[in-house]
Design a protein around this ligand. Structure first.
Ligand code: PMP
Length: 412
């Protein structure tokens, strides 16, 4: 355990070492956060002496929980040969092969260090290949923190983003098929890409309709627009991600999180004619680098993680998620709350809400924490393979209890 609260540490000019006391703004939970000190399987221990069920899983990326022995072994083995090099390594090919064996309709992979970079690169590939600039997104979606990706979050997210970038992005209300069609058909030759997250967390984990997805695919095909499906979170939901479950074929698929076994990673997976844009053997190809892109530790850990996640495991976790949703919904619906999500991803929200205010999210985070359950600050919960039915039942009970406590509390 820590002997001193790091928030109290000061730099040479008297300020906390990290702005606001946080190293990632996305950690923020309204009050000083506990610190993780150890994790094992589905459990995490913090500096306040609490044992927690880890359903945060570093924002859904730890599909096999904490310190999975086979992943740790693969990463350690890679690490002991050197953390990273300035010439290519063979682990990158291994992870690329595993990914493509799951996504047989796509041809090639380019690794990045994060989902943010993957989306940023995918958009650039789309623009370069179409010679167009504008991009369609869905309102409230989250695609990382590149300038363009912040636009769907609305004005509170776009301070520091130029007017030019904002004007290049058209944000369509989720599932508004008419608006989507109108936006594209009024300027069909201006759009380079449509970016879709099929289960947008920041938009309240609302489901995107089949009609919206099919329309996006049809319009993209008809007008030469690149369809980018952002599966940074959702790849865990199916062998071919959520696009496989929707039966939609992306031109480019962006991913990250689970494919790095807990290490920094992102990837653009795409059709060969588009991926050719980053082929350095071609004259005029796009610059793409990243000192740590495709590093052997992330690649080896990611390959181990994918091997440990064959279809029966994907299905088992998804079924556990279905059971949890059913169980929690039965307890919280009379209090005006619901649990949304799909497969191994779930999130409790006030019934019908698209946007949940931050104070409510933080109240539920603390209520869950006090009951030994660790979620994300927006209360997105994800399951991991060390969990079984009994653990997930336990999660459901703790979550339902936390929701009822928040629903009962007077809002201040
Ligand atoms: N796209 C989506 C759909 C995401 O959920 C996230 C991260 N939560 C990102 C992109 C960005 O990924 P990263 O945090 O690895 O940059």
């Amino acid at each position: 355990l820590l002997t001193e609260d790091p928030h109290l540490r000061r730099g040479p000019r008297g300020f906390p070492l990290l702005p606001g006391g946080y190293g990632r703004s996305t950690y923020y939970i309204g009050a000083p956060s506990p610190y993780a000190v150890r994790g094992e399987g589905y459990r995490v221990w913090d500096d306040r002496g609490r044992e927690l069920i880890d359903a945060n899983n570093n924002f859904t990326s730890l599909i096999h929980g904490n310190a999975h022995p086979e992943i740790t072994e693969a990463a350690t083995k890679a690490l002991t040969s050197g953390a990273s090099w300035g010439i290519p390594n063979l682990h990158e090919w291994e992870l690329a092969e595993l990914l493509l064996s799951r996504l047989p309709q796509l041809d090639q992979v380019r690794f990045t260090n994060s989902g943010t970079e993957a989306v940023m690169s995918a958009v650039r590939i789309a623009r370069a290949s179409t010679g167009r600039e504008r991009v369609i997104v869905t309102q409230g979606g989250y695609h990382g923190t590149s300038d363009l990706a912040l636009v769907p979050g609305g004005p509170s997210y776009t301070r520091g983003v130029t007017r030019g970038v904002i004007d290049d992005v058209t944000a369509i209300p989720l599932n508004d098929v008419d608006r989507l069609r109108r936006a594209i058909e009024t300027a069909p030759t201006e759009y380079a890409a449509i970016i879709l997250d099929l289960l947008p967390n920041r938009a309240g984990l609302l489901r995107i309709s089949d009609d919206f997805v099919t329309t996006a695919r049809d319009l993209a095909t008809r007008h030469g627009i690149v369809l980018i499906i952002d599966e940074v979170i959702s790849l865990r939901l199916g062998l071919q991600g959520l696009s496989g479950q929707y039966g939609v074929a992306p031109d480019l698929l962006t991913t990250g999180k689970t494919i790095g076994g807990g290490f920094a990673v992102g990837a653009v997976v795409g059709l060969a004619e588009l991926m050719a844009e980053v082929d350095p053997t071609r004259a005029g190809s796009l610059p793409h680098g990243g000192t740590f892109s495709g590093n052997p530790v992330s690649m080896a850990a990611g390959a181990a993680a994918l091997r440990l996640y064959p279809e029966p495991e994907v299905d088992r976790l998804n079924r556990l998620g279905d059971n949890a949703r059913e169980k929690v919904n039965a307890q919280v619906s009379q209090a005006g709350w619901e649990v949304r999500g799909r497969g191994s991803l779930l999130r409790a929200v006030p019934a019908g809400a698209q946007k949940v205010d931050e104070a409510t999210q933080h109240r539920l985070w603390w209520a869950s924490y006090q009951r030994g359950l660790l979620g994300s600050p927006a209360n997105l919960l994800s399951l991991s393979t060390p969990m079984d039915g009994a653990v997930v039942d336990d999660i459901a009970d703790r979550l339902a209890d936390a929701v009822l406590a928040v629903a009962d509390a007077p809002t201040s």
